[in-house]
Design a protein around this ligand. Structure first.
Ligand code: NDP
Length: 248
């Protein structure tokens, strides 16, 4: 179990905090070398340092995933630093919640550009190299909100539903090259993103979760590690919901 991902190279976006940090650490603990990406250098460095201190291998990079050209350049840099990329986890995401009547085009664009275009940008940056090596795993972090929608999150829900369409289309395009593309849809997970939710959300949400608890970042990291590992080689184009049974 310890070395399921030995000699594999993984990119994890949004890995400076929260779910992405847990994914980067989990993949590293299974033997993968990890390119840790976040918007701010301090956060990606913190995650990469923790991985190295635990005996793994990681390098930190800071970039805005929404910037197409910057991401292509970063992809080349990572390919030069690590020589290959086997696993891409598109996890970076933001919320700019408000009701549609109040939503500005800036709030719409920021969420779509980060959550959806950011994934497109990274897939474009690594897909040729995966195609050449005739193997690859792409895992996009969507959300249960992309499946069921949510008042006050039209931009976020659209970006996460879009990620599901992107996942299935790219899965079909590259299955012949032995590249699998899947999505993980978390429910409510304890991170900075949910810490800003108002008032008694925790109690209200917990009531709607059959397993009776808010999710942990490790719950999502475990699902991603499974989809990145050898036991998931015959799974592609799927959305794995990890939400304590909230959406079924
Ligand atoms: P956090 O807000 O805790 O962390 C977000 C991470 O994404 C940070 O590392 C941040 O970088 C990075 N990031 C944000 N914007 C950019 C950008 N433009 N370029 C590069 N990096 C960026 O989020 P979570 O860990 O909670 O969420 C991770 C993913 O999981 C998101 O896609 C989210 O939508 C999804 N999700 C989360 C759920 C939850 O309940 N928490 C539920 C369902 C889905 P930095 O640290 O430098 O600021």
């Amino acid at each position: 179990m310890m070395s399921l991902l030995q000699d594999q190279v993984a990119i994890v976006t949004g890995a400076g905090r929260g779910i992405g940090e847990a994914i980067a650490k989990q993949l590293a603990s299974l033997g993968a070398q990890v390119a840790v990406i976040s918007r701010t250098e301090g956060n990606s460095k913190k995650t990469a340092d923790a991985i190295c201190e635990a005996g793994g291998f990681a390098r930190a990079y800071a970039e805005d995933v929404a910037n197409y050209q910057a991401v292509q350049n970063l992809g080349e840099r990572i390919l030069s630093d690590f020589k290959k990329v086997d696993i891409l986890v598109n996890n970076a995401g933001v919320t700019r919640d408000t009701l549609l009547l109040r939503m500005t085009t800036e709030q719409w664009d920021e969420v779509l550009d980060t959550n959806l275009k950011g994934a497109f940008n990274f897939i474009k940056a690594v897909i040729r190299s995966m195609t050449k090596q005739r193997s690859g795993r792409i895992i996009n972090i969507t959300s249960v909100i992309g499946l069921i929608g949510n008042a006050g999150q039209a931009n976020y829900a659209a970006s996460k539903a879009g990620l599901i369409g992107l996942t299935k289309s790219v899965a079909r395009e590259f299955a012949g090259r032995n590249i699998t593309v899947n999505a993980v849809a978390p429910g409510f997970i304890d991170t900075d993103m949910t810490a800003v939710l108002a008032g008694d959300w925790r109690e209200k949400i917990t009531e709607q979760i059959p397993l009776g608890r808010i999710g942990k970042v490790e719950d999502i990291a475990a699902a991603v590690a499974f989809l990145a590992g050898p036991q998931a080689s015959y799974i592609t184009g799927q959305v794995l919901t990890v939400d304590g049974g909230m959406v079924m």
